[in-house]
Design a protein around this ligand. Sequence first.
Ligand code: PRP
Length: 226
Amino acid sequence: MLDKPVLTIALSKGRILEQTLPLLEFAGLMPVEDVQTTRKLMVDGPDDWAGSKIRFLIIRAADVCTYVEKGAADLGISGRDLLLESKPHVYEPLDLKIGKCRLCVCGPKASVEAGDSAVKSGRIRVATKYDHLTAQHYLKQGIHADVIHLYGSMELAPLVGLADRIVDVVETGNTLKANGLVEETTLFDISSRLIANPASFVTKKKQVQAVITRLREAVEQREKNK
Ligand code: PRP
């Protein structure tokens, strides 16, 4: 007898994971181990789900697009921020309506509230991990952004004079507030999306469609119960 096909789903570590699990549970797609505590990076899911074995990859949010684009995962869950920034060649069939936040330009409270654009001689120093989106945003206004790429704790950069502004995701606004920063402009509203490898969309059509359908139902149910 032929082995069942394997359907691989890449999940983002971190804060999105917690919100993803109830959706997977509704869909009957639960990992067999606690993915929030295990040190394993590849975890089995159901052995027979719509005719497939399911397995999960537990990876950094920024890597999900790469695994799905290259076909190492058939499906994945990624923030819209990362999709907009890296523009991977993947399908984006479903808004999971979790991980909701916004991508904003932020700066020191006094400077933003005074309407000080912080642009000096047509240039501005901006700390971010969204290099392309940041450059594009300022370019549209005819401003050259000196993009300073950081990997996290962006809010520190203006405090120590490393940057005039930051472009980062804001959820509750608590981190900004704790560091004396405020939002200047919202660039995009963000939520997490189900993404799919285009080839898997064809070769594993039945299984991929089944995941989309069940997760869509899970999202609808979740929205209804809010
Ligand atoms: C993210 C983001 C902000 C913070 C926003 O950082 O970069 O710093 O969350 O959330 P808030 O508006 O609810 O305070 P994260 O905690 O993921 O860590 P990082 O700074 O290392 O990226």
